[in-house]
Design a protein around this ligand. Structure first.
Ligand code: DAK
Length: 260
């Protein structure tokens, strides 16, 4: 698929995926959602060269300033619910992506943008980043998982305050609350995200994928996360990477994992 709104650059095994609609502050229109779906189900998943993904927004002002407001006025309830489901499916693809995804939040992360950052595994916020769920200003509620994931990250009390007031918080407050893993000077978000991904790229890929799966199992309805962990641990024992990791430890050398 030819991307119109995503820019993809791969360097040293790390994909830098930039949402590039700078004039609309990188707002998520349906084409961008389609392209994200394609990357996280196809290109990014199947390309063995890609070990991890940095997701960011073009320009210096915004990560993503929300869903594209010009696209969703006039929807009826059935169309709205169908669109929300389609968007949520894409965000689940990101959350369940078997390789690490780090959001480099370089500016406004509002509404669908905050939801997108929350679907990533780790968030690095630049000093100019602003997070918020302003949907109630528009007579809406978050539709891409915001009411659920914000509570997972910062707890019900503070999440409800942000969801009900539509207030924005800055990078330091997001860090204090546990929404942002790091705050870095503006312009250094991608470099920090890459640094984290390069560190993770040295670990065993099959184990990394299972850590992500088990962490998600904690929140999945009807799934026993502890049971999934037991099974996943057993699966790791069958891998060549585990044998290599254990041998490297005994031989006092760096492990050379093959993802097998
Ligand atoms: N959509 C479309 N265009 C946007 C946009 C957005 N979300 N945010 C900004 N833009 C456009 C502006 O219209 C403006 O375009 P021009 O006038 O230059 O053509 C350009 O980006 C620059 O924006 P501003 O001139 O407003 O820039 P400022 O620095 O003055 O303000 C701002 C920056 C981020 C504070 C402001 O742009 C703003 O408040 N933006 C809207 C934030 C927001 O409310 N975002 C939407 C949250 S609600 C759904 C599922 C999910 C959702 C909806 C439906 N369904 C399944 C149906 C989720 C909804 C949301 O995300």
């Amino acid at each position: 698929m030819q991307y119109e709104n995503l820019r993809l650059e791969i360097d040293n095994g790390i994909a830098l995926l930039t949402i590039s609609r700078e004039k609309a502050l990188n707002a998520l229109n349906s084409q961008t959602i389609l392209e994200l779906r394609h990357f996280f189900s196809d290109t990014g998943r199947l390309n063995p060269e890609i070990k991890g993904v940095v997701l960011t927004g073009a320009g210096e002002k915004a990560f993503v300033a929300g869903a594209d407001i010009t696209e969703f006025s006039g929807l009826d309830s059935a169309q709205g619910a169908a669109l929300a489901q389609r968007g949520q499916d894409v965000f689940f693809l990101i959350e369940r992506f078997p390789k690490p995804v780090v959001a480099a939040v370089n500016g406004f992360a509002l509404g669908g943008g905050c939801e997108l950052a929350m679907a990533c595994h780790i968030r690095v916020a630049g000093e100019k980043a602003r997070f918020g769920q302003p949907e109630v200003n528009l007579g809406l509620i978050p539709g891409y998982g915001g009411t659920q994931r914000l509570i997972q990250y910062i707890g019900k009390g503070k999440a409800l305050e942000l969801l009900l007031t539509a207030d924005m918080i800055d990078a330091n407050e997001a860090h204090r609350l546990g929404l942002a893993n790091y705050v870095v000077p503006a312009g250094e978000e991608v470099a920090k995200a890459r640094e984290l991904l390069l560190k993770i790229a040295g670990k065993a890929p099959l184990a990394i994928a299972r850590v992500i799966e088990c962490a998600n199992a904690y929140f999945a309805e009807g799934v026993d996360g502890f049971a999934r962990e037991v099974a996943a641990f057993g699966e790791c024992c069958d891998t060549a990477d585990f044998k290599e990791g254990a041998a490297a430890f005994v031989e006092k050398r760096k492990a050379n994992f093959q993802g097998q």
